[in-house]
Design a protein around this ligand. Structure first.
Ligand SMILES: [Mn+2]
Length: 259
């Protein structure tokens, strides 16, 4: 069990097939934070409206949060766009969970960090649709469409090109979008007088704690299975599935997951 000062999670997307709930349960079993921040898109109400997908592991995640709260973890929930309904009904969330549209966290080193899901930046540059597209997991749909497309092309003996070319272009486009998002977030934190910002939304775990304004993104539990951890000295550390769960499986009970 790793005790830590703060744990930041976002974009779990409970209610979707892509949510890695079992891995999250293993991760939560091994971490005991003083404060847990849930930075939005925890339950994907958009997906639930389209199709109901709620395996027992998803209930188990919510129960685990409840148990953590009972064991003394303070839980602060900052809703995102896919669970934006909770912004209107802050008192409807789980027992022992505080809900805030935005929040501020002060690290053990006294750094003031703005906590926000991140969708508010969508309108600030003209890539909002692309961002919500990433958030909506249409990428995996595109991959599926690409498979059908490829099969049809084979049937009609057409050369394989168009969609795969689009897919090849995507990483460059995505990088530009991500860069713009990060810069917008940093400028926002700076303009509001914060030392940094912690958000989610774009499913891209990141930690930039050099320079005047920190930028941290807790990532997601759809692809990256990532989390941000603050230790007792106020140092932030990003954990992604690359360091775990393989590492976690072999770790000693009191050993921390490698940064
Ligand atoms: Mn989002």
């Amino acid at each position: 069990m790793t005790r830590c000062r703060t744990l930041f999670l976002s974009d779990i997307h409970l209610g979707t097939k892509d949510c890695k709930a079992e891995l999250l349960l293993t991760f939560l079993d091994r971490h005991q934070p003083e404060t847990l921040y849930l930075l939005g898109d925890i339950v994907d109400f958009w997906a639930l409206k389209r199709r109901s997908h709620w395996p027992p592991a998803h209930t188990q995640v919510l129960k685990t949060f409840e148990r953590m709260a009972q064991n003394g973890t303070r839980i602060v929930y900052v809703p995102g766009n896919h669970d934006g309904v909770m912004r209107s009904f802050p008192t409807l969330s789980l027992p022992n969970v505080e809900t805030h549209i935005e929040y501020e966290h002060t690290t053990a080193q006294g750094k003031r960090l703005k906590l926000i899901h991140g969708d508010r930046f969508d309108g600030l540059f003209c890539t909002g649709r692309l961002l919500s597209w990433i958030g909506d997991h249409s990428y995996s749909l595109l991959l599926r469409i690409n498979r059908w497309h490829h099969a049809l092309q084979k049937v009609f003996k057409r050369p394989y090109h168009s969609l795969s070319a689009d897919l090849k272009m995507r990483p460059a486009t995505a990088r530009a979008v991500i860069h713009q998002f990060e810069q917008t977030a940093i400028r926002f934190a700076e303009s509001e007088g914060y030392d940094g910002i912690v958000c989610g939304h774009i499913h891209r775990p990141a930690l930039v704690d050099q320079g005047p304004i920190w930028y941290a993104n807790s990532g997601d539990w759809v692809e990256h299975c990532s989390a941000l951890i603050e230790d007792n000295l106020g140092r932030l550390r990003l954990v992604t599935s690359q360091q775990w769960p393989e590492h976690a499986k072999h770790a000693q009970p009191n050993m921390e997951v490698a940064a």
